[in-house]
Write a protein that binds this ligand. Structure first.
Ligand code: ZN
Length: 259
């Protein structure tokens, strides 16, 4: 088992210049990216040949995310602040003693519930705070008056996404093109950012999709269609001849690869 982060590093560096709708769009990045990805191809070819040199060997290749170009900041804590759900102190930091909902990292919003040390929202008020947070996120607008948040995901409403749990968020979101997320609470809700590219966006978005392929498990080339990333571990485990990992939630797709 090996990880090979070069493709990730290349796209973090260059994908930001390849989005045609970005003000940073620069077609010259395309050739550079193609040349750099040839190194990824070489590495993959070496690994494939290595596996192919072993009797009944197989080679599985996958990633854990796609990549998205970004050139704007979205500050969910600023949206919560503007809605009166979050307070900041004189240093611009979040004042938890006066904050009912916050984003600890930019990626999601969590209720500052009394189950947390120093939390102020009792259980009977959690649902109302979540509704208010959703409203605050939906109300966030860019300088042109366009919505920044384009979709909301709730752990209970979207169980197939595997969200939630004691250390996770209560509200997740998708944003308009070009946005990445900031945990800052003392900024405008929307502001320009350096050109960049990243992941960590909703797994339902096609630009977050990755690949999963295998050589040596079937009788010839074929496509099996879209599968979830949670199928990868059980599939490889079945090929090795062992049971799926104890916490696996996906099903092996090895039979579909073999047929
Ligand atoms: Zn990365």
């Amino acid at each position: 088992l090996t990880t090979f982060p070069l493709g990730d590093a290349i796209d973090h560096t260059l994908m930001g210049f390849l989005e045609p709708t970005s003000p940073h769009h620069d077609p010259r990045a395309e050739g550079l990216r193609t040349a750099a990805w040839r190194l990824v191809d070489l590495r993959v070819a070496h690994l494939r040949d290595l596996a192919g040199g072993v009797p009944s060997g197989a080679f599985f290749l996958t990633g854990d995310h796609g990549m998205r170009a970004t050139w704007r900041w979205f500050a969910p804590n600023a949206a919560l602040r503007d809605a009166g759900l979050l307070a900041i102190d004189d240093n611009g930091d979040i004042d938890l003693s006066r904050t009912r909902a916050l984003s600890p990292n930019g990626y999601w919003v969590a209720v500052n519930r009394t189950a947390w040390q120093g939390g102020i929202v009792p259980p009977e008020e959690e649902a109302a705070v979540i509704s208010a947070a959703v409203e605050a996120l939906r109300a966030a607008r860019d300088e042109a008056g366009e919505p920044i948040v384009t979709e909301i995901f709730l752990p209970e409403g979207d169980p197939e996404l595997g969200l939630g749990g004691p250390a996770a968020g209560d509200v997740y979101y998708e944003t308009a093109a070009g946005y990445r997320w900031s945990w800052r609470a003392d900024t405008p809700v929307s502001s320009p950012a350096d050109v960049g590219a990243g992941h960590g966006f909703p797994s339902t978005s096609p630009d977050m999709y990755t690949a999963f392929c295998a050589v040596g498990v079937g009788t010839g080339p074929r496509r099996i269609g879209e599968v979830h990333s949670v199928t990868v571990a059980p599939t490889v485990a079945e090929w090795i001849g062992m049971g799926p990992p104890a916490d696996a939630v996906g099903e092996s797709v090895l039979p579909r690869m073999r047929d």
